[in-house]
Design a binder for this molecule. Structure first.
Ligand code: FAD
Length: 519
C-alpha cells in the first residue's frame, strides 16, 4: 500500500474511503471524480506509474470529446497504459470498484463513441503503438491498438504489401478505434471494411481478463467472436493486440476524375459502372458545394463549374486496369460527363485525392460550423435520395454539401450552419435527422462507418424493433453483465439498454421462452 493510501480518511458510515479523504490522499484537487474513482487512484498509479494517471482538470479537459465536439464531458480520470497487462489490471480494478470505463484511441470518432464519463475512467491507448510483427510470407501483421492506420501500410510497404481499410483520417486514427468502429474508407468498396481484414484480437474483457478472440487465420471454428467484437464501439471490452491481413500492392493503379453537370448524372454513372461488372477500388463523389469548399481550402483544381465530380480508381493487374479504365471512361461519357482526367503516377493521383480527402475540414472555409452526417442508401437510390436531400435543404434554407463513398451508397452530407445564430444548430440537427429518415425510408442505414455512439442512439428504434435491440443487449450483457464497459453508447434508453448496471426487469421474450439465458 502506498503512503497516500495508508493515510486515507475513512467514512464513518461506510468504512470506505470518504470522497474528501480519498481525493486528498490521491492528490486530486478540483476534479469532479467521485469517491470510487478517487479511492482507485493509488492502485491505478501502482499499475501504470504516477505520470500515467491524469487528475488535473485542465489535462482531463483535453479528453472531453472526440471528433464530434457537440458532446462534451470531462472524464473522472484518465489513464495511459503501456501494455496489455496494465490494461487488464486497470479494467479489473474498475470492475472490482464498479467504476465505468471507456477506451479511447486517437479521438477522431465522429459519433461520440469515446465520450468519457464524469464518474468513469478513460483508458487512452495512444502509448500502445508498436507494430509487433510483419509476417510478409503469411501476409499479416500483429499490431498494438494505438498504432495509426497509415503506419501499418508504411511498415508493410517494403514487403510489397499494404493494409487495405483506409479511413480518410488514416494519418491519425488508431487501428484499435478502427476495429471498434469497423471503419471503412474510400477503398473499402473493393477491398472490404475493417472486419474483413482482422483475423484475431487480444482483448481485455470487461471483468479484466486478458484473452484472444480468433486464432489469426480467419478460419477458426465456432461463433465468429472477432466479427461480433469488430464494430461493437468499445462496448464489449478493450482491444490490446490486433492481427490484420495485409494485401499485395496492386501492379497498376489508374485514378480518373470525371466532371458532371449534376449529381444525378454522377449517380447514374456509378450504377452503370457497377452493373457492368467492374469493381473499382474506389468510387467517390463530391457535389458543387463540396468542390467549392475543397477548392477554397486546398486549391485542388477540379474542373471549373462542375456540379459534381466522380473519382474512380481502378487497381489490379496492368492489363485489367487498362481495359477497365477504357470501359469506365466510356460509361462516364455516356452518362454525360463534361470532362475526364486520368492520373497515372503518384503525384497526379495525390493531386486528385487531395480535394476529396480534405473535404470534411475544407467545409470550414465556407461555413462557421457544420454537422458531418453518415448514412447509407442502396446505390441505385442515390440519384433519388440526392434530389430529396436538395429539396429538404431548400425547404429548410440550410446548405448541404455532399461528399460520399458513392460505390457503397455511403453518404456524408455536411449540414452547414452558423453557430452564432440562435437556434441554427437545432435547425441543422433537425435537417440532419430528416436525412437519416430518408436513408431508412430507402432501405438504408443510419450509419455506414462512423458508428452510433451517443449521437445516433436515438435513431436506433427507427431502424430496429424493441426485440431486435433487446437481443443485441443479450450479446452485450454476455460480455459485460455489469454494464461498465462504455455505457451510454449505441442503445437508446436506460430501459431498453439497461445502461444502469443490472439486468432488465421484464424478461426478454427469448428468455421467457427458455431459448436463451440472461446473465
Ligand atoms: C476528418 C475525418 C475523416 C474520417 N474519415 C473516415 C472514413 O473515411 N471512414 C471511417 O470509417 N471513419 C472516418 N472517420 C471517423 C474516425 O476516424 C474513425 O471512426 C476511426 O476508426 C476512429 O479511430 P480513433 O482511434 O480516433 O478512435 P476513437 O475516436 O478514440 O474511438 C472510437 C471508438 O472506439 C473505441 N475504442 C478506441 N480504442 C479502442 C480499443 N483499443 N478497444 C476497444 N474500443 C476502442 C472508443 O471507445 C470509441 O467507442 C473520420 C474522422 C475524421 C475526423
Amino acid at each position: 500500500m502506498t503512503e497516500q493510501a495508508a493515510d486515507m480518511e475513512l467514512s464513518r458510515e461506510t468504512g470506505q474511503p470518504s470522497a474528501a479523504g480519498a481525493e486528498r490522499a490521491a492528490g486530486v484537487t478540483g476534479t469532479t471524480a467521485g469517491p470510487a474513482i478517487a479511492a482507485a487512484i493509488p492502485r491505478l498509479r501502482q499499475i501504470c506509474g504516477p505520470d500515467a494517471v491524469l487528475t488535473d482538470p485542465l489535462q482531463l479537459r483535453t479528453y472531453e470529446c472526440d471528433g464530434l465536439t457537440a458532446h462534451r464531458c470531462s472524464p473522472g480520470l484518465v489513464v495511459l497504459p503501456e501494455s496489455a497487462g496494465q490494461v487488464a489490471a486497470i479494467v479489473a480494478e474498475c470492475a472490482r470498484a464498479g467504476i465505468p470505463f471507456v477506451a479511447r484511441g486517437s479521438g477522431t470518432g465522429l459519433s461520440g463513441g469515446a465520450l468519457p464519463r464524469a464518474d468513469g475512467v478513460l483508458i487512452v491507448m495512444s502509448k500502445m503503438r508498436r507494430i509487433i510483427t510483419i509476417e510478409a510470407a503469411s501476409r499479416r501483421a500483429i499490431v498494438e491498438p494505438g498504432v495509426t492506420n497509415l503506419a501499418v501500410s508504411k511498415a508493410a510497404q517494403p514487403f510489397g504489401l499494404f493494409y487495405a481499410p483506409d479511413p480518410s483520417s488514416q494519418v491519425v486514427c488508431s487501428v484499435g478505434g478502427n476495429v471498434a468502429e469497423n471503419s471503412g474508407g474510400a477503398h473499402c468498396l473493393k477491398h472490404g471494411f475493417t472486419v474483413h481484414h482482422v483475423t484475431g484480437l487480444e482483448i481485455v474483457s470487461p471483468q479484466g481478463e486478458l484473452t484472444w478472440l480468433g486464432d489469426g487465420t480467419g478460419m477458426s471454428p465456432g461463433y465468429d467472436l472477432v466479427g461480433a467484437f469488430t464494430g461493437s464501439e468499445g462496448t464489449l471490452g478493450i482491444v490490446t493486440k490486433i492481427v490484420v491481413k495485409l494485401t499485395r500492392i496492386p501492379e497498376a493503379v489508374t485514378t480518373l476524375l470525371a466532371a458532371f453537370e449534376t449529381t444525378g448524372q454522377g449517380g447514374a454513372a456509378v450504377s452503370a459502372i457497377i452493373s457492368s461488372g467492374i469493381l473499382p477500388g474506389a468510387i467517390e463523389m463530391m457535389d458543387a458545394l463540396a468542390i467549392e469548399a475543397a477548392e477554397a481550402a486546398v486549391a485542388c483544381r477540379y474542373p471549373e463549374g462542375a456540379g459534381a465530380v466522380l473519382i474512380v480508381e481502378l487497381d489490379g493487374p496492368a492489363a485489367d486496369v487498362e481495359r477497365e479504365t477504357a470501359a469506365v471512361r466510356a460509361i462516364c461519357e455516356q452518362a454525360g460527363s463534361t470532362e475526364i482526367r486520368a492520373a497515372h503516377d503518384a503525384a497526379e493521383r495525390t493531386a486528385i485525392w487531395t480535394g476529396r480527402k480534405s473535404a470534411f475540414a475544407a467545409v470550414g472555409r465556407i461555413s462557421p460550423a457544420y454537422i458531418v452526417q453518415d448514412g447509407v442508401v442502396p446505390r441505385t437510390a442515390l440519384p433519388d435520395v440526392l434530389d430529396k436531400i436538395a429539396a429538404l435543404s431548400a425547404a429548410a434554407g440550410i446548405r448541404v454539401a455532399n461528399v460520399f463513398h458513392a460505390g457503397d451508397g455511403n453518404l456524408h452530407p455536411l449540414v452547414l450552419f452558423d453557430d452564432a445564430i440562435p437556434h441554427a444548430c437545432a435547425a441543422a440537427e433537425e435537417l440532419s435527422g430528416a436525412i437519416l429518415d430518408l436513408c431508412i425510408e430507402h432501405g438504408g442505414s443510419i450509419t455506414g462507418e462512423h458508428g452510433v455512439g451517443v449521437d445516433k442512439s436515438r435513431y436506433m428504434p427507427k431502424m430496429f424493433g424493441a426485440d431486435d435491440l433487446a437481443t443485441m443487449q443479450l450479446l452485450r450483457r454476455a460480455f459485460d453483465p455489469a454494464g461498465l464497459c462504455n455505457p451510454g453508447k449505441i442503445f437508446p434508453t436506460p430501459r431498453m439498454c439497461g445502461e444502469v448496471p443490472g439486468i432488465r426487469r421484464d424478461p426478454h421474450p427469448l428468455v421467457a421462452a427458455g431459448e436463451v439465458e440472461q446473465f
